[in-house]
Ligand binder design. Structure first.
Ligand SMILES: Cc1ncc(COP(=O)(O)O)c(C=O)c1O
Length: 196
């Protein structure tokens, strides 16, 4: 059986390593990549071994789109990989992510409304609850505080789907600075205070 991992969101430094699977001590047979790879351009990739690729070819598996192997986004992808490596952005994500998580955990110490802070590197989640013991989600509070954050200059990502609006998904640029993280945490602090 083959192991396929989808790292559309987690690859390229986001979790503090180049790929998320490095944290798990496993190596996938097939890896799917997207998002960061194109640095804003639509670029995705499927990575596998020569043996699996040959097997797919032999079995007649084919996948085509208009822009398959398009050299322009591919050149952008290579530039993205160069920048990520040259600027050690995975390492930076680990350092900045730990700083951000620490700041969010301090907010959790102060506000009962924060039920959990989780994640790795610069991909963190903050869960809003009505009650810490029951962990009942609080989408109304999520929407209110998110609106207040925007008024104060901080764009927070919360899903608008019914029943899923209770967790902020925080994934800032890998190049974020300490000052920007401090500013974001201060606004979040104020928005929570204003809304409770
Ligand atoms: C985990 C994950 N996999 C795959 C996709 C789809 O990626 P694409 O739109 O580049 O095909 C997404 C897009 O949001 C995603 O988050």
């Amino acid at each position: 059986m083959l192991l396929i991992l989808d790292e559309a969101q987690t690859a390229f430094g986001r979790l503090g390593s180049f790929f998320a699977f490095e944290h798990l001590g496993i190596v996938p047979d097939i890896l799917t990549l997207s998002k960061t790879l194109g640095g804003g351009l639509p670029l995705a990739a499927t990575v596998t071994s020569e043996a699996i690729e040959a097997d797919c070819y032999e079995k007649g598996f084919i996948y085509y789109t208009s822009h398959v192997s398009d050299p322009m986004p591919a050149a952008v992808g290579l530039a993205v990989l160069r920048v990520l490596t040259r600027q050690n952005l995975a390492e930076q994500a680990a350092t900045m992510g730990a700083y951000l998580k620490d700041g969010l955990l301090k907010l959790k110490d102060r506000y009962e409304a924060i039920g959990d802070v989780r994640g790795r590197g610069l991909m963190l989640g903050v869960e809003l609850v009505k009650d810490r013991a029951t962990r009942e989600p609080d989408p109304e509070k999520g929407a209110t505080i998110t609106r207040r954050c925007l008024e104060l200059g901080l764009s927070m990502n919360i899903t608008a789907l019914p029943g899923m609006g209770s967790v902020w998904r925080i994934a800032p640029p890998l190049t974020i600075t300490y000052d920007e993280l401090d500013e974001g945490l201060a606004i979040l602090d104020q928005a929570i205070r204003d809304c409770l």
